[in-house]
Design a binder for this molecule. Sequence first.
Ligand SMILES: NC(=O)c1ccc[n+]([C@@H]2O[C@H](COP(=O)([O-])OP(=O)(O)OC[C@H]3O[C@@H](n4cnc5c(N)ncnc54)[C@H](OP(=O)(O)O)[C@@H]3O)[C@@H](O)[C@H]2O)c1
Length: 403
Amino acid sequence: MKSDQIKPASRFFQGEKSILITGATGLIGSHIAGYLLKKGHRIVVLIRSKGNLNAVQRFQSLCDFLEISRGLLSNLTIVEGALDKYSFGLSTSTYEKLCDQIDCIIHCAGNTTFSAKQRAESERDNITGLNNVLEFGRHSRCSWFHLMSTVYTAGKKTGMCDEKLDEPGLFTNVYEETKYRGEQKTLDFCRKNGIGFTILRPSIVVGDSHDGRTFRFNGLYYPLKALFLIRNMFRQDLISGDGKRAKRMSISYKNGKIHIPLRLEFNPVEGINLVPIDFVVKAVCSIIQTPQNGGIFHIASKTNVTIAELIEFTHNFFDITGLSTVSTGFFSTYNKTPLECLFDGYIEPYLPYMKDKRSFSTKNTDKVLSLIGITCPVFDYDLFSRCMNYALDNKWGKELQVC
Ligand SMILES: NC(=O)c1ccc[n+]([C@@H]2O[C@H](COP(=O)([O-])OP(=O)(O)OC[C@H]3O[C@@H](n4cnc5c(N)ncnc54)[C@H](OP(=O)(O)O)[C@@H]3O)[C@@H](O)[C@H]2O)c1
């Protein structure tokens, strides 16, 4: 098929065929699946089995969380398969039947580990998995392929990052590198095979802007959870124990607040780019409704939340004091306390994303969203509180029956 023969997406959105969503047990894929089902679209989700749960059981466990009613399930097909296997490990007849059904793919599956030790798994999920989905796109003569990528394919680039595919630069970790290679592969493959494509690049996703709902507590949540656990552990020691352990860490109880002396080597204007999941879903679904072939879209906030703001939010919300910033290089002269060593160990993989001086151009996304009057919610103290209240109410995900 030649690229000038790519079918307009509206044909698909009239419901003739189905949308294939990968990564539908993940945060972004599941929310997109739920949203499209509620809008009346027919979708197919490709899910692998895990532990002793099959694909159907896994997606069913998400339906309550996503508030997908029984009535909507007639538009849903669940296929059990693994992306890293050629033809997803399906029998020839099942694969061919699936090829016949699908006209559009939203590829949300991916491996989000930053660890170099897990390079093989990252490559399996972000490269081999993607290749197999692209091959499926070719076999199914699918019209549109939408790749869920990340703004962080920019790697170590500084300043303003544009919505375009840059030359490969330096990357912070295996995640950024494999996601960048995935974008390049998608562009080459889709152009060669006449498949329309878009590249969707969210920044760091947090809970719903209205009520903080989420079932993933990584990214922003991880360092805050560490701080919350440190606070609780030493509060217990100070209030109902002998306080010796707290004293060893210089943690004290002052004016009803726990004082945790933690110096963070940050420039206070450095920050983190956060987007609520409901905004990501609406942005993605608007972009793919009238897609622009080859379009790259940053789904990011116009402003980073600065580390100074995050410290203020954290002090207020968790009733603590003592967090402060020190200038870069401070710890090459002064030693870290044991508490600082412990906390830095927790946040180390996230530091490049918390110390961001980059900004992400959202011109392409704005053009689409301005037509429907949607803007990215500002991550202020109210939104921070909603996210943290939800995290605490659900014990950072332990209370949620989602698998
Ligand atoms: N969350 C964020 O803050 C964020 C920000 C920017 C970009 N992104 C991108 O968005 C995408 C989705 O992120 P997410 O937060 O939704 O991730 P997530 O919650 O970790 O979900 C990842 C999904 O990918 C699936 N998957 C991975 N490898 C697979 C394989 N070999 N076979 C079948 N399924 C496989 C997982 O299935 P299982 O449940 O079976 O493991 C899961 O459904 C990723 O590509 C990520 O790069 C995420």
